[in-house]
Design a protein around this ligand. Structure first.
Ligand code: NDP
Length: 247
């Protein structure tokens, strides 16, 4: 698979941990030059070095996806080092379990800022160029919570429904320019995502991780790799990946 993405440039947000880091590794292993974006530079540098040791090409790009200026500057830096972005993977995201009755406004806003506005900042910075070049692929890491509401995750699911609606509409606008939009919808994956919650009542009542089977980040990276390596005529619009239930 080392040459499947030869000559392609990918930018992956949320690449400092979990699913985004695994996607960065998989795309680099398939031959893409990868810009690894997140806030924690030390983590990005470690991954950059790890990819380089395996003969791949990656650069660490420090940026907060909530800050339009940082996204703009980060993308500019990535493109000056690697060339125009062919594949954008929006994996940066945050999750807080909250019960609506407990009114955790600050945590609601964090989820909207990263999961909604963060995606818009990245799409807004990169899509125009893709349309001009008449090629490109945007992969949004949505969630099974983008297809169905889960209790304890009302706002989180709301942000992922946004990602689904955005993707469905945008896909129809950009198809004529050869640009593809994919949503990956993971079920529970073993990452750091679940460590932020402060609403312990919500967490205790509804958190599933630890109670059921979970996926590995690499399982989701495989789905991304599948979506971005198909022939031009084949648009992989959605992939739902869930842990296999016990028989
Ligand atoms: P992690 O917590 O391991 O990774 C989240 C990533 O997002 C980190 O790299 C973090 O980097 C980055 N991030 C958070 N806030 C910002 C910000 N403001 N600016 C830039 N980067 C940011 O979780 P996962 O890997 O699990 O999550 C990745 C995506 O997968 C998310 O969109 C999540 O909603 C989705 N998902 C996860 C599931 C799971 O079960 N784990 C299931 C379904 C969907 P840093 O802090 O360095 O900025």
């Amino acid at each position: 698979t080392a040459c499947l993405l030869h000559g392609k440039v990918a930018l992956v947000t949320g690449a400092s941990s979990g699913i985004g880091a695994a996607i960065g590794e998989h795309l680099a292993a398939a031959g893409a030059k990868v810009a690894l974006a997140a806030r924690r530079t030390d983590r990005l540098k470690d991954l950059e070095a790890q990819i380089a040791r395996r003969g791949g090409t990656a650069v660490a790009i420090t940026m907060d996806v909530c800050d339009e200026r940082q996204v703009h500057d980060g993308v500019k830096l990535a493109e000056s080092l690697l060339g125009p972005v062919d594949i954008l993977v929006n994996s940066a995201g945050v999750l807080y379990y909250t019960l609506m009755k407990n009114v955790h406004v600050e945590e609601w806003h964090m989820m909207v800022d990263v999961n909604v506005k963060g995606v818009l900042n990245c799409v807004g910075t990169i899509l125009g160029r893709m349309v001009e070049q008449r090629r490109g692929h945007i992969v949004n890491i949505s969630s099974d919570g983008g297809r169905k509401g889960f209790p304890g995750l009302a706002v989180y699911c709301g942000t992922k429904f946004f990602v689904e609606g955005l993707s469905q509409a945008m896909r129809q606008e950009v198809a004529e320019f050869g640009v593809k939009i994919t949503c990956i919808q993971p079920g529970d994956v073993k990452t750091e995502l679940f460590q932020r919650t402060t609403d312990l009542e919500a967490q205790k009542k509804y958190e599933m991780v630890g109670k059921m089977k979970v996926l590995e980040p690499g399982d989701i990276a495989q789905a991304v790799l599948y979506a971005v390596t198909q022939p031009e005529v084949c648009a992989v619009n959605e992939i739902l990946v869930e842990p296999q239930e016990a028989p």
